[in-house]
Design a binder for this molecule. Structure first.
Ligand code: FAD
Length: 458
């Protein structure tokens, strides 16, 4: 059988592309090496981590000011927590399989390796099947970066996937890497009782977010986690008693003994695998597949989307690219040129940002102004005991057009949606200020930040 479209990889990029193409009338096959479709995000990424963060939030709420209602200390049942994580994953991946079936997308289970620009060999249990296609979308994702000095064979060394299993709760966990994935898992383990040290090579944790937002997160967690920035982990020695870590910072080298290490130092694209370079598909030096804004590679019938391409390694970016690539293959004139891709750290408090940050504006020498509404002045935040937060709009002084936004605080990720839309629509401060925001609400902080910037309130 020759398919109109073959999609290699079934993550948020792959399934979004496959489903859109099928909806547009193409015959589609999706190749996935794992038994379950959904990729990293559904199986071992976005979704299970959020299920655990939901539980962590319940535990954390027991520490918060009680406002006159005392609850007993939480009793933690790890098996029930694991069950919640797994049943969340099972529900979503099960639904996805039904959606594929409903659309008549063929799921070919096995390891796919391209053997030409119009065919792929799918191997499973020693059997090979050659599948032909007119067009293909590479959606093979990314994998965790591994460091040479880490003794990965030691069960006390965790990566994001094994950390999600919650096999045991270490007394002292070192999180190597202060990015979103590391900090989310740090939040989960802290709430379950681990002492947390985060070691980050850069000068701030959560690189990508503006420092003023990150400071609010650090301040809120200063008694729960130790943040070591500009600190390099240079060695890990595994002894029966502990993992002995060598940390180096401006004061020199020192040792730290911990019970477990979570390595979360970033992810690298899978572009050099699956016979992709052998087809003549152009990659950059790090292994990202190069594409144009329609997702097309230098080989005209081969497209690439998601983590294996440039841009933020985020599920929603992968899905949108997937839709575009599928539509282009179906003959539509579309391309992928978003003004705003939101990033959310689902930590406590949440940190969320979209569009241009102040840090990036400075780097690119773009003159911007910012308007900040502190949550200490929000009626809803005060009433709910969540005043550790702020809402910031970044805008062009002359046109007053909103170019970026950052929110830190409870539900920051949910609040960011309005600002993502505002940036895509080219909204000005006035547009937002004149939009009636409900009172009292946390999203009112968006309207009030706009009013502050526009000078209609002081
Ligand atoms: P993937 O989801 O990586 O899927 C690629 C698929 O291709 C995999 O299933 C793989 O098995 C398959 N594959 C690869 N090669 C082959 C082959 N040769 N043959 C057959 N199959 C193959 N992003 C967010 O937006 N929000 C979050 O909250 C979030 N949380 C995360 C938490 C964690 C712990 C992690 C690790 C990641 C998180 N991410 C999050 C990132 C998100 O998971 C990725 O950006 C997203 O999954 C990328 O989608 P993709 O389709 O490019 O690839």
């Amino acid at each position: 059988m020759k398919y109109d479209l073959l999609v290699l990889g079934s993550g948020p990029g792959g399934y979004a592309a496959a489903f859109r193409a099928a909806d547009l009338g193409l015959s589609v096959a999706m190749v996935e090496r794992h038994e379950r479709i959904g990729g990293v995000c559904l199986n071992v990424g976005c979704i299970p981590s959020k299920a655990l963060l939901h539980v962590a939030g319940k535990i954390r709420s027991a520490d918060e000011p009680s406002h006159g209602v005392e609850f007993p200390k939480p009793k933690i049942d790890l098996d029930a927590i694991r069950h919640h994580r797994q049943s969340t994953v099972d529900t979503l991946t099960g639904n996805l399989a039904l959606m594929a079936k409903g659309r008549k997308v063929d799921i070919l289970q096995g390891e796919g390796v391209f053997d030409s620009t119009h065919s792929i060999v799918v191997s499973k249990d020693g059997k090979d099947e050659k599948v032909e296609f007119k067009n293909a979308i590479i959606a093979v994702g990314s994998r965790a970066i591994r460091l040479p000095f880490v003794p990965y064979e030691d069960p006390r060394i965790l990566d994001a996937t094994s950390a999600l299993q919650l096999e045991r709760i270490p007394e002292h966990l070192l999180v190597l890497g202060g990015g979103i994935i590391g900090l989310e898992m740090a939040t989960v383990y802290q709430s379950l009782g681990s002492k947390i040290t985060v070691a980050e090579l850069g000068d701030q944790i959560m690189t990508g977010a503006d420092k003023d937002l990150v400071r609010v997160f650090e301040q809120a967690n200063k008694d729960r986690m130790t943040f070591l920035t500009k600190t390099q982990v240079t060695n890990i020695e595994a002894t029966p008693e502990a993992l002995n870590i060598t940390l180096e910072d401006k004061d020199g080298a020192r040792n730290l003994a911990v019970d477990a290490v979570l390595v979360a130092v970033g992810r690298s694209p899978n572009g050099r695998k699956a016979g992709i370079p052998e087809m003549g598909v152009e990659l950059d030096e790090r292994g990202f597949v190069l594409t144009d804004t329609q997702g097309r590679t230098n080989v005209p019938n081969i497209f690439a989307i998601g983590d294996v391409t440039h841009g933020p390694m985020l599920a929603h970016k992968a899905s949108h690219q997937g839709h575009v690539a599928a539509e282009v293959i179906a003959g539509h004139k579309v391309d992928f040129q978003p003004l705003a891709i939101p990033s959310i750290a689902y930590t406590f408090p949440e940190v969320a940002w979209v569009g241009l940050t102040e840090t990036e504006a400075k780097k690119q020498d773009i003159a911007v102004k910012s308007a900040v509404f502190p949550w200490t002045a929000s009626g809803r935040a005060i009433a709910s005991g969540v005043t550790q937060g702020k809402t910031k709009l970044i805008y062009d002084d002359e046109s007053q057009r909103v170019l970026g936004a950052g929110i830190v605080g409870s539900h920051a990720g949910e609040l960011l949606g309005e600002l993502t839309l505002a940036i895509e629509f080219g909204a000005t401060l006035e547009d937002i200020a004149l939009t009636i925001h409900a009172h009292p609400s946390l999203h009112e902080s968006v309207g009030l930040a706009a009013e502050l910037g526009a000078g209609t309130i002081t």
